[in-house]
Ligand binder design. Structure first.
Ligand SMILES: [Zn+2]
Length: 325
């Protein structure tokens, strides 16, 4: 009896390993992204972020950057699961919003890029809501979701292939440990780097990333933060970069059953570090634009012009009932 119960638990655990999108950049990755972002917020955005954060965050955005992962398996929040990733057709190595952004049942706009558009649009109502005291959306949740999803869309395997659920079904060994490829990119590369190079101290790792941004990548910061032309948010660009990196680096030499060790670790770590840095810089640039206290010119848009009609803005309200802060 006990044996069969254990094997039942074992089966559940095995199943959890292969469920699509079950993981995200781990806690360390999201924390680093939001810490980096904090350093690039302008005064307006920093004030607005502080006003929207829940009390328990004590004014620290990084403290709530894994919130979306912590709640996603609660019954009440299960609808948010598909918002952490977007799957693309196998071996095409490209991403298209209209083709790819849907959940497993085919509901359109329910993916990480759709969620970034949605919560950005909600956050744009901040100044208007503040002046009229009419809050259409829960902007605390919107901020916590957006900060998390801008991180997720930069994890290459969050824009991976449909057939392997973004690497979740590719079982590999990370050195001696059995795991899956998605988990390697969420956690293992970062955890190994922490242990090997940063004395298991995440503050030192974050300082090293910040130093890289201001030294090595200083000339890239402006271009990372910009969206092309007049867009306020550009998650489609980040998703296209991610699937490209997934094909070039994540899937390469990581076939099922392979053992990934020094060669893979040392050649992929720079990719992971750059994606963490980019998402931090881009999260800050996005919040700076969304919370600009001056009214935005009317031609500014949150996407390719069709976003207003995407209708996703109201989907959550209709499913969950409008939430107010
Ligand atoms: Zn996530």
């Amino acid at each position: 009896m006990i044996g069969s119960r254990f094997s039942y638990i074992g089966r559940i655990l095995a199943l959890l390993q292969v469920l699509p999108g079950i993981l995200a950049w781990g806690k360390e990755g999201h924390y680093a992204i939001c810490k980096i972002a904090e350093g690039f917020l302008n005064e307006d955005a920093a004030t607005t972020v502080k006003a929207l954060l829940p009390d328990y965050a004590k004014g620290d955005l990084a403290a709530v950057c894994s919130w979306a992962d912590e709640i996603r398996h609660n019954f009440h929040w299960r609808w948010s699961g598909p918002l952490h990733y977007v799957d693309t057709p196998d071996f095409r190595c490209n991403y298209e919003y209209c083709r790819d952004c849907h959940d497993l049942s085919g509901n359109k706009d329910r993916c990480v890029t759709g969620a970034i558009f949605n919560y950005s649009m909600q956050l744009m109502t901040y100044h208007e809501s503040k002046s009229t005291s009419e809050w259409k959306y829960n902007l605390t949740e919107a901020l916590m979701f957006l900060s998390h999803f801008i991180g997720d869309v930069h994890q290459p395997l969050h824009v991976g292939f449909t057939g392997d659920a973004g690497g979740n079904t590719i079982i590999v060994r990370w050195y001696r440990r059995k795991t899956n490829l998605h988990h390697v990119w969420d956690d293992m590369i970062i955890d190994s780097a922490l242990k090997t190079f940063y004395n298991s101290d995440r503050a030192i790792m974050i300082q090293a990333l910040q130093r890289n941004i201001t030294d090595g990548w200083s000339s890239d910061i402006a271009s990372w933060g910009n969206c092309s032309s007049e867009y306020l948010v550009c998650p489609d660009l980040y998703a296209s970069e991610s699937i490209n990196l997934a094909c070039k680096f994540a899937y390469r030499n990581a076939t099922p059953g392979s053992t990934l060790s020094d060669d893979y670790f040392l050649s992929r770590l720079p990719v992971v570090e750059k994606r963490l840095a980019q998402s931090g810089v881009r999260l800050a640039a996005t919040l700076n634009r969304l919370f600009a206290s001056k009214p935005l010119p009317s031609h500014f848009t949150t996407g390719d012009g069709s976003n207003a009609s995407r209708g996703w803005l109201r989907i959550k309200g209709s499913v969950q009932g409008p939430t107010l802060i």
